[in-house]
Design a protein around this ligand. Structure first.
Ligand code: GDP
Ligand code: MG
Length: 370
C-alpha cells in the first residue's frame, strides 16, 4: 500500500500539517507530522478539502525505460559461467586451472586482478566469462535481486566423494534459475575416483549423460594436474552454442553489479557485467540505489580501458555516493541529472521498504495500548 507522510501531504495540499493532524484526529487517526498515512486515508482526507489524490507507484518512477531490440540488432555474445559444488570438491582449483588456460593473460605476463569475474580467451579466439565467486551465497544473493547473470553452471563433483549436501543445493539453485548444468567430475587423478559412480548418483537429479539417453555433459577432470580442463572449456562453448546466446551491443549499456568494494586509492569500485550495450568512460549510470558517472574502467587484467561490451568483466569507478550490492541492476542514463533523480527515488523507496514498522494507530487501539 502506498503511503505519504503528513508533512508531505500538507505541503502538497498547501495546508499546515497541524491542520491535517487535527482533522485526522477527528477521523480517529492518531499520527505525528512525520507519520505515514496510507493512500486510502489520504484520499478521504484530501476529499474534505476538495483535493484529489493521485496514487503513483514510486517503484514505477524508478524504472528506466529501455528500447526493445530489433532482431537485426542481436549479435552472438560470450557465455557467462558460474562454478558451483560442495566444499573441498575443487571449485577454487578448477577456477585457477581455467585461468591458466587464458592465452591473453599469458601475454599480459600472467597478471590478473581479482575483480569478481574474469574472461578466458582460448587459443582459437573464443571467449568464456567466469564468475570468480564460487559458491552458493553469491549466486543466491544475485537471484534474490532478480538477477540471472549466469548462462551455464559448472557443477564440480569430487570423483571420490560423490554427491554431497552442497552438490544437491547447487543443483536445486541451478535448476530453479533454469541454467543448464555441465558436470565436471574432479580429482580423476586419484585411484578411487569413479565417473560411473557420479553418473549413477546424479541420474536421480535428472542429470543423465548422453550415453544413457540424457543430455547432460559430464567431463572428467583433474584440477590438480590440469587434465580435462581443455575438454571442459570446449564443452562449455558447445553448450553455449546450443543456447544461441545473443545480445544488442550497440544500445545504452545495462547489466548487473557482480561485486563492489572500497579501494583505498580509487574509492568505490564495482565490477559490472553488461547484458547489453556498450559502456563508455563518461557515461552517467544508476547502479541499484546509487548513481554516478564513469570516471575510469579497468578490465580483469587491470588494464585501463575506454569502453566495455556485454559479458566483458569490467571494474568501474565514479560513484557519487554509496556502494552498490552484488546483483544490483546497472543502467546507463541519458545524463547525470536523470541518474541522480532515479537514484534518489530508489533511495526513498528503499527507506520505505525498510520502515515496515510504520503503523497507523487508530484511536481505539491507541487507547488500548495506554
Ligand atoms: P573448493 O572448496 O571447492 O574451492 O575446493 P579447493 O579447490 O579449495 O580444493 C580442495 C582440496 O582438494 C585442496 O586441497 C585441493 O588441493 C584438492 N584438489 C582440488 N582438485 C583436485 C584434484 O583434481 N585432484 C586432487 N588430488 N586434489 C584436488
Ligand atoms: Mg574454494
Amino acid at each position: 500500500m502506498e503511503s505519504i507522510t503528513v508533512a508531505d501531504l500538507a505541503r502538497k495540499m498547501n495546508l499546515k500539517a497541524s491542520e491535517l493532524i487535527a482533522k485526522l484526529m477527528g477521523m480517529g487517526v492518531m499520527v505525528t507530522i512525520n507519520g505515514q498515512i496510507d493512500s486510502d486515508t489520504a484520499t478521504i482526507l484530501a476529499d474534505e478539502y476538495n483535493c484529489t489524490v493521485n496514487v503513483v507507484s514510486l517503484y514505477d518512477e524508478t524504472v528506466i525505460e529501455t528500447v526493445a531490440d530489433r532482431p537485426e540488432d542481436l549479435l552472438p555474445r560470450t557465455p557467462i559461467v558460474t562454478i558451483m559444488g560442495h566444499v573441498d570438491h575443487g571449485k577454487t582449483k578448477t577456477l585457477d586451472a581455467i585461468r591458466s588456460a587464458d592465452v591473453v593473460s599469458k601475454e599480459a605476463g600472467g597478471i590478473t586482478q581479482h575483480i569478481g569475474a574474469y574472461q578466458v580467451t582460448l587459443p582459437n579466439g573464443q571467449q568464456i566469462t567466469f564468475l570468480d565467486t564460487p559458491g552458493h551465497e553469491a549466486f543466491s544473493a544475485m537471484r534474490e535481486r532478480g538477477a540471472s547473470v549466469t548462462d551455464i553452471v559448472v557443477l564440480v563433483v569430487s570423483g571420490t566423494e560423490g554427491v554431497m549436501p552442497q552438490t544437491r543445493e547447487a543443483i536445486r539453485q541451478a535448476q530453479e534459475a533454469k541454467a543448464p548444468i555441465i558436470v565436471a567430475v574432479n580429482k580423476m587423478d586419484l585411484q578411487d575416483a569413479s565417473m560411473e559412480k557420479i553418473q549413477q548418483q546424479l541420474a536421480e537429479f535428472e542429470l543423465t549423460p548422453e550415453s544413457w539417453g540424457g543430455s547432460t555433459i559430464f567431463v572428467p577432470i583433474s584440477a590438480l594436474t590440469g587434465m580435462g580442463i581443455d575438454l571442459l572449456l570446449e564443452s562449455i562453448l558447445l553448450q553455449a552454442e546450443v543456447m544461441e546466446l545473443k545480445t544488442n551491443p550497440h544500445c545504452a549499456a545495462e547489466g548487473h553489479v557482480i561485486e563492489a568494494r572500497i579501494d583505498p586509492g580509487r574509492g568505490i569500485a564495482a565490477t559490472v557485467l553488461l547484458s547489453r550495450g556498450t559502456l563508455n568512460v563518461g557515461d552517467a549510470f544508476v547502479a541499484g540505489i546509487y548513481h554516478g558517472k564513469i570516471r575510469a574502467m579497468y578490465n580483469d587484467k587491470g588494464q585501463r580501458i575506454k569502453s566495455a561490451t556485454p559479458a566483458q568483466p569490467v571494474e568501474i569507478t565514479g560513484f557519487s555516493e554509496g556502494t552498490p550490492k552484488a546483483g544490483d541492476p546497472f543502467q546507463v542514463t541519458k545524463d547525470e541529472a536523470f541518474a541522480r533523480q532515479i537514484a534518489s527515488k530508489r533511495q526513498e523507496l528503499h527507506k520505505m521498504e525498510g520502515a515496515k514498522n510504520i503503523k497507523k494507530v487508530s484511536l481505539a487501539n491507541f487507547m488500548e495500548s495506554i
